[in-house]
Design a protein around this ligand. Structure first.
Ligand SMILES: [Zn+2]
Length: 361
């Protein structure tokens, strides 16, 4: 008996003795399956722990816990691997302890997907809870979190605490983001896209209403003007924006109001012209043209006579006799006080919609 004992490495003896003791005295084959992985750990700044199973000094360790009695052991990576291989070679039905590599790779994968440099930089400036700070210190040293749960806790804190402007979170190349930025471009003081939200809040928002908008519609001044006019009373653009249903009805109302805005703009343009005519009566005429001939160049031209004067339509303007009398503005005297060059005035949507302006055409 004594000889056999001597053959075994003292670390294996300690391993078995300590694990069975911690498992309430059960034999190793019954004790080993009771243990579960808890978390990775590290000793900082020259400190070290002793492995609870083999007493080796260790800086990196793993906590495992006993499902039967709740005992927690801090053990070295070697002892952890030894336990895993014992379970495997005994051909137990299922491996209750995953290999250390398995745990590390799951944690690393999660960290790589969720914990970015900007994430860590932001945390550096936060008064975060102590356990999160400990997780961060571990990540800074090893590049991954001690447990998946610790990484998830860090990500959850980040998602609910860090705030971003909405327009930073929208994928600016998407149709949705382009429509929204066009729609609110003129909301200088209270652009809803400048509202700050957390990532968790952002994930809960529904911007699908923007998918049904077209660039033509949103870029058009008459629609934008209607959109501004029908902001529900007592609400801010931002509060509507954050509620997908409110936003949908806002847009629907704007579509209904658009024709009234166009009509109003038309009337305003007519009144503007009437005021201009009243103040400069000599410059405006209501004229019907007929085909004539330019005596000097022998080219066709639209012309007419009125009040002892001859009016010639600028060759850049289009005219059709079916239009009847059209508004014209005198642009130049061809023969002083006798022959005048005129341009036809047409009401057209201005570049700065929602207005109409009189253009020569
Ligand atoms: Zn050990």
């Amino acid at each position: 008996m004594e000889k056999k004992e001597k053959k075994r490495h003292y670390k294996n003896v300690d391993f078995e003795a300590n694990l069975t003791t911690a498992s309430g005295g059960l034999p190793l084959t019954e004790a080993a399956p009771l243990w579960r992985f808890s978390h990775f750990g590290v000793e900082m700044d020259g400190d070290f722990k002793h492995c609870h199973l083999c007493h080796s000094r260790m800086k990196l360790w793993i906590a495992i816990w006993n499902t039967a009695n709740g005992v927690v052991l801090f053990i070295g990576h070697d002892c952890y691997d030894k336990l895993v291989s014992f379970l495997a070679t005994k051909k137990l039905e299922s491996l209750s302890l995953g290999s250390r590599k398995e745990y590390v790779s799951a944690i690393k994968k999660y960290c790589k997907q969720n914990i970015t440099e900007s994430f860590l930089a932001w945390f550096g400036e936060q008064e975060a809870p102590a356990e999160l700070k400990a997780t961060l210190a571990f990540i800074e040293k090893f590049g991954y979190a001690p447990t998946l749960e610790a990484a998830e806790a860090l990500v959850a804190y980040y998602k609910t605490t860090r705030r971003f402007k909405l327009d930073e979170l929208l994928d600016y190349t998407s149709h949705r983001a382009r429509m929204l930025s066009m729609l609110f471009r003129d909301f200088l003081a209270d652009n809803p896209l400048w509202q700050e939200v957390s990532l968790a809040e952002y994930e809960a928002l529904d911007f699908s209403f923007a998918d049904g908008l077209s660039g033509e519609e949103v870029g058009e001044g008459f629609f934008k003007e209607a959109f501004r006019k029908v902001l529900p009373a007592g609400t801010s653009a931002t509060s509507c924006f954050l509620n997908g249903e409110a936003m949908k009805s806002w847009i629907e109302n704007a579509r209904n109001v658009k024709s009234a805005v166009i009509e109003e703009a038309w009337k305003r343009a007519v009144v503007d012209l009437q005021q201009r005519i009243a103040s400069q009566q000599e410059s405006y005429r209501l004229l019907s043209f007929w085909r004539g001939r330019n005596p000097k160049h022998q080219t066709d031209q639209w012309e007419c006579r009125d009040g002892g004067r001859k009016y010639v339509l600028d060759s850049a303007c289009h005219y059709n006799p079916s239009e009847g009398p059209v508004f014209c503005r005198v642009t130049r005297e061809l023969v002083p006080d006798r022959v005048l060059l005129v341009s036809k005035l047409v009401l057209a949507p201005s570049m700065e919609s929602p207005r109409y302006m009189w253009v020569t055409r």
